[in-house]
Ligand binder design. Sequence first.
Ligand code: NAD
Ligand code: ZN
Length: 341
Amino acid sequence: MKALIKKRAEPGLWMEDVPEPEVGINDVLIKVERTGICGTDVHIYQWDDWAAKTVPVPMVVGHEFVGTIVEVGSNVTDFHPGELVSGEGHVVCGRCRNCLAGRRHLCADTAGIGVNRPGAFAEFISLPMTNVWHHDPKVDRDVAAIFDPFGNAVHTALSFDLLGEDVLITGAGPIGCIAAAVVRHAGARAVVVTDVNPWRLNLASKLGATRIVDVRSESLADVQKELGMREGFDVGLEMSGNPSAFNDMITNMCHGGKIAMLGIPSAPMAIDWNLVVFNMLTIKGIYGREMYETWYKMTVMLQGGLDLAPVITHRFDAGDFEAGFQVMMSGQSGKVILNWS
Ligand code: NAD
Ligand code: ZN
């Protein structure tokens, strides 16, 4: 089959023929239809320090996908050929304390598809049945392809009560933009999104931000006054990984404010702990999605009218993957879809 692989320990990706994956007795074989390019794939493409120390080569990359089941192992009874599915990209151990307690998203021994085990940028992917998610057949195929980052946004956003709250989202990347839509859908009052990239701020306004802020020219303190906020933001979703964005956030939270941190800083960062202590902030780290409560919420929110279509800004055939990666690296994109059909 054709697959997009990291063939050698150097920048670039290669579309090559590789053997079809094997289907164990507990596995589901999926014909991939559409995939989304993630920032992680860009790190692997560019072969930065993180990629070099994390990804063994050769490796089929990619983890955001939707496809149709073509074959199931002999133990699999609740999935059938022809069904539309995506997959949770973290394959958990199933045996650690957290896994056994049903807290699989907290497993300490996960393997990531497209990172440590063969991924989804391929004609076929084989996954354990416990990682496969049935889609509502009516779901938009492109939106189905991005359930992975949609899930990051939902898991982060729904960490804290949002109804009627003033929410600050730092970073209008694809995940920050999706989070804006989710937070609005969940009944927040103000949905303020910051970035330093006007193209992306414009995208955030199409997805439900009630106020966009280019922090190079405006301060959050002024925006708070404009919106009639007297005590600061109730909930903060950090989605940039940028130290100055995080600093903006902790200085603009209300007493007792709650912060969920998804953004991954590229290096250790300093933080003013006095703000955390005296303002009694809660900071929660977020990794991945909850298995499978987040997937359930995503499905139900789409059925309830949540519209993510504007976040998908570019579509390419898989053979044109180079163009897709270039657009991702330009900073002038939301989600970029590769079509494998
Ligand atoms: P992205 O890099 O596309 O978006 C980050 C945005 O932050 C960019 O638009 C950038 O311009 C903006 N930014 C930079 N400096 C800023 C500042 N000072 N103030 C406000 N915004 C600023 O990333 P993404 O794909 O949307 O993902 C969001 C973050 O979440 C990234 O850091 C990514 O690494 C991380 N992530 C974490 C997980 C997890 O499981 N924890 C999963 C996926 C992504
Ligand atoms: Zn485990």
